[in-house]
Design a protein around this ligand. Structure first.
Ligand code: ATP
Ligand code: MG
Length: 320
């Protein structure tokens, strides 16, 4: 039985992209029992750029509640900061990683290299991510293209550690999930919808129906008014293609639709139909924060049990 691990960072409010591209497949990967699927909130990763403590707390709570509302209740749910082995192993891996390889990380290059006030944690973030992964010994790590370089680093660190100190870590295989839903921003359909970029082109999971309607109505399309204007063509019609993809991913069909108005109405209905039950569960769960806390407290305790021996092996191998 293989372990599957996914972490979500409370760097913003979850979007429709996160639901279709992450939460849904995560729900499908849950086994009949827990421990096989371990899903964490990587709150420590939300501190690599200037952050507001109160906002981090609010977003973390919202994310905890949303994970349960999305039906991930058969997984072991935990908070990274509640499992000290994550930071414990990160330090040991910092003693394995080279500054040269971290300096080449694309996210560091884009977000902070050369800026004196860049947090050190932005530089070492990929090492903490390697620790997140290696502690749980998953055979495979499903990641999108944007995280591929980080998982390659994780493999390199695991191989180097094992070769230098002995076989402690499973070297995970990187798997790219079958071309899954990649939801693009409605206002800028050539870039993906991201939770850290809030704007009119992002549908949030907790957006009420009228907000969804407004955002979809304002979605960028094109000036094509031909009889076959509603068709997928990622190069020439990125906005329309994205709307069709969202419609299909939410259980609808663009067949027979000839105008953008009709397409947008269908997209709104389909998205609202997907979000409504999730939002209902969210409201119920949010009314019982003690239950939500309890689920994460139990999951975090279980993860402490599961990860302590791995950290202990690594410490012993390194001479501690
Ligand atoms: P950030 O802006 O902080 O990077 P994000 O929305 O890109 O936020 P991540 O935390 O990077 O979210 O990724 C969480 C999960 O959501 C990953 O599995 C990622 O592949 C998935 N995901 C993120 N954005 C999309 C999207 N637009 N379409 C499909 N899946 C997405
Ligand atoms: Mg991202």
């Amino acid at each position: 039985m293989t372990t599957t691990l996914s972490l979500l960072t409370p760097s913003g409010r979850l979007t429709l992209g996160n639901l279709l591209g992450a939460l849904r497949p995560m729900a499908e990967r849950q086994g009949p029992t827990d421990d096989r699927a371990r899903y964490g909130i990587s709150d420590l990763h939300a501190m690599t750029t200037p952050h507001d403590p109160a906002l981090l707390r609010t977003r973390t709570r919202e994310l905890m509640t949303l994970l349960l509302a999305a039906g991930l209740d058969r997984a072991t749910l935990f908070r990274q900061s509640a499992v000290p082995a994550h930071t414990g192993l990160a330090y040991l891996l910092e003693c394995t990683a080279h500054t040269g390889e971290l300096n080449r990380m694309i996210q560091f290059k884009e977000k902070g290299r050369g800026v004196p006030s860049t947090r050190c944690s932005l530089f070492t973030y990929p090492v903490l991510m390697a620790a997140d992964i290696l502690l749980h010994r998953p055979a495979q790590v499903p990641v999108g293209d944007d995280q591929r370089q980080h998982v390659e680093l994780t493999r390199d660190l695991a191989l180097r550690f094992n070769a230098t100190y002995g076989p402690v870590f499973t070297v995970p295989e990187v798997v790219t999930p079958a071309a899954g839903a990649r939801v693009m921003d409605l206002a800028e359909p050539t870039r993906k919808m991201s939770k850290s970029v809030e704007g009119p082109g992002s549908i949030l999971l907790l957006d009420p129906p009228d907000v969804v309607r407004r955002k979809v109505a304002r979605a960028v399309t094109d000036s094509d008014t031909g009889p076959d204007a509603v068709r997928a063509d990622r190069e020439a019609k990125p906005g329309v293609t994205n709307l069709i993809d969202v419609l299909v991913a939410c259980g609808g069909s663009a067949e027979g639709l000839t105008t953008y108005g009709a397409l947008k109405a269908a997209v709104t209905d389909a998205v609202v139909a997907v979000l409504e039950p999730l939002q209902k569960r969210y409201v119920d769960l949010a009314a019982d924060p003690v239950h939500v806390d309890d689920v994460f407290a139990r999951g975090s305790a279980r993860c402490r049990e599961l990860t302590e021996p791995v950290l202990a092996d690594a410490r012993t191998a390194m001479g501690l």
